[in-house]
Design a protein. Structure first.
Length: 298
């Protein structure tokens, strides 16, 4: 096997673009660091330890150290290459993620929603590399962890055919794990590269409600759980489940639960709950008064 060194910066992470003309061949070789290849455009074939995989836009190739690999491009092939050295990064979380989720080289199928997140993270990493703001090394390490986490969660067999059924499931799964963010049907449509109407149609066909209705339901369910199990103020709960305004939360909560959040909490309250909540507010109020600055005299 041919060893090809990669000139790694001191912080152990290097992101660069790799372009291949149609018909070009990258002969079999290996590195001593991890590599992630993300295809921006074009088609080709990647060989990983004698196993061949088809490359096309938005597919990712994960290559572990000492894996013999080669690439043949069938058209103009452009990839972003993220090389990183686990020993130089010295991160326990990263080491655990790599050993459990990425023990060997493989082709990673990326669904459109995950692909949109990955591209955004790669853009952020490129931005940090170019400007090198203070703490950019920490930022890029965090982005790397997030990138690998997204890939680990979205791993699927390369022969699964996309369909409206699967798209609807992906939309639902995405909302289940991102409901606390500022999220709309327009955002989802943009990530999938389809129209808002199409998103609504395939989701309603699969689940009988629109994505907006489903988002309201899971946010309200999360709020109900916190209302019963915690002493958090309603304004804090509203923020935590993703609502921008109290009025929207109250309106959606009442439409779904048929009562106000306060009434709902009171139904499950015991005397002990009410006493504890009152004591917490009294303590908070005293602390606020303690740290108020003295008014300057004119």
């Amino acid at each position: 096997m041919i060893f090809k060194p990669i000139d790694m910066p001191s912080h152990g992470l290097h992101l660069y673009e790799s372009k291949h003309q149609s018909g070009s061949i990258v002969e079999p070789h290996y590195h001593r660091v991890h590599q992630l290849l993300y295809v921006l455009e074009g088609e080709g074939t990647a060989t990983l330890d004698q196993k061949k995989y088809r490359l096309s836009k938005d597919k990712a190739v994960f290559i572990v150290p000492h894996c013999n690999h080669a690439i043949v491009s069938e058209s103009r092939l452009t990839t972003l290459v993220l090389a990183f050295d686990g020993a130089m990064l010295q991160d326990r979380t990263l080491d655990e993620l790599l050993s459990v989720q990425f023990p060997s080289s493989s082709l990673l199928e990326v669904n459109p929603l995950a692909g949109s997140e990955i591209r955004q993270l790669l853009r952020k990493m490129l931005f940090e590399h170019q400007l090198q703001h203070p703490m950019y090394e920490i930022a890029t390490k965090l982005y790397l962890q997030e990138l690998l986490l997204i890939l680990a969660r979205s791993r699927q067999s390369s022969d699964v055919t996309d369909s409206n059924y699967l798209r609807a499931e992906r939309i639902r799964n995405y909302m289940d794990t991102h409901y606390f963010e500022k999220l709309s049907t327009e955002d989802i449509a943009e990530k999938l590269g389809i129209t808002v109407r199409y998103v609504n149609d395939i989701f309603k066909t699969r689940y009988g409600i629109t994505p907006t209705q489903y988002l309201s339901e899971i946010r309200v369910e999360a709020a109900k759980k916190m209302l019963v199990e915690t002493d958090k103020d309603i304004v804090s709960i509203v923020f935590e489940v993703g609502y921008e305004t109290l009025s929207t939360f109250y309106r959606n909560f009442k439409n779904i639960v048929n009562m106000s959040p306060n009434h709902f909490r009171q139904m499950f309250d015991t005397d002990e709950d009410r006493s504890r909540r009152f004591q917490n507010r009294e303590t908070s109020s005293r602390n606020d008064k303690t740290y108020l600055p003295r008014q300057a005299k004119l």
